[in-house]
Design a binder for this molecule. Structure first.
Ligand code: 8X3
Length: 258
């Protein structure tokens, strides 16, 4: 299905998968409605995406998915631009810390629940009235392989990503009969700011995550998002797991010698 002229909402669009998605959907001819907390970076992403598309197709607005008033203001702003949203990319989120439960910090856990889990629910609730029925609309939720397999230090992150999968499945049931598609896209190791955020700016530690391996890029993940949304209206991609070839499992990564 052609995505030309479709209205696409992307949360967490200031960096990583979200910024790559902005460029990819712009190239597909979409109108972008971008949200994130970091508005300076968001403005840059919007300008770059519009340039890539060769048209001023990117709109942006501040969005903190951890705040219901912020999500409602974002939805109200969208209504001033378009009566409908064709594609919702629930991308905002991330990991904070890699401590075991014994030494985990409330602020990290709360941030992960707020952005990855409650944020997705809030944004989806606010966007559902804008998603047209029986018109090939799509919701793509960004999950993780962490939602499939637990790892040490990942209790909260794995928990919220497992929760995201079940929210997606519940929505799939609730939306049955509306024609609105919903699916989860679950990447493995991808080189974005993910590890830098997880390790609170420790660039050496973040670099070690990817050392010797070839990780996914934001562009790889964005291409899968576009593919999911571009399926014909009768096709729903329920779930994708996307991993680097070098990553057979979370704990099994092939690393070339330095
Ligand atoms: C990020 C992938 O495997 O580091 O969602 O949890 S992982």
């Amino acid at each position: 299905m052609s995505l030309t002229g479709k209205w696409v909402v992307i949360t967490g669009a200031s960096s990583g998968f979200g910024a790559a998605a902005a460029a990819a959907f712009a190239r597909a001819g979409c109108h972008l409605l971008l949200g994130a907390r970091r508005t300076d970076r968001l403005a840059e992403v919007a300008a770059a995406a519009a340039l890539a598309a060769g048209a001023p197709a990117a709109h942006w607005h501040p969005l903190n998915v951890a705040s219901t008033p912020s999500v409602e203001a974002f939805a109200a702003w969208i209504r001033t631009l378009s009566p409908r949203v064709d594609v919702l990319i629930n991308n905002a989120g991330g990991a904070h810390g890699l401590e075991p439960v014994a030494t985990g910090r409330d602020e990290d856990w709360e941030a992960m629940v707020q952005s990855n889990f409650l944020g997705l629910l809030r944004v989806t609730r606010a966007m559902l009235p804008l998603l047209p029925h029986h018109a090939g609309a799509s919701i793509v939720n960004v999950g993780s392989i962490a939602g499939h397999t637990a790892y040490e230090g990942g209790a909260a992150y794995c928990g919220v990503k497992a929760g995201e999968r079940l929210v997606t499945q519940a929505l799939r049931l609730e939306l049955n009969g509306t024609g609105i598609r919903v699916g989860t896209l679950d990447p493995g190791m991808a080189e974005t700011e993910f590890s830098l955020v997880r390790f609170k700016g420790d660039a050496d530690r973040a670099a070690k995550v990817y050392a010797g391996a070839v990780p996914l890029t934001g562009e790889d993940v964005a291409a899968a998002m576009v593919w999911m949304a571009a399926q014909p209206p009768h096709v729903c991609v329920d779930e994708i797991i996307l991993k680097p070839t070098d990553q057979a499992a979370f704990h099994k990564v092939y690393r070339r010698p330095a």
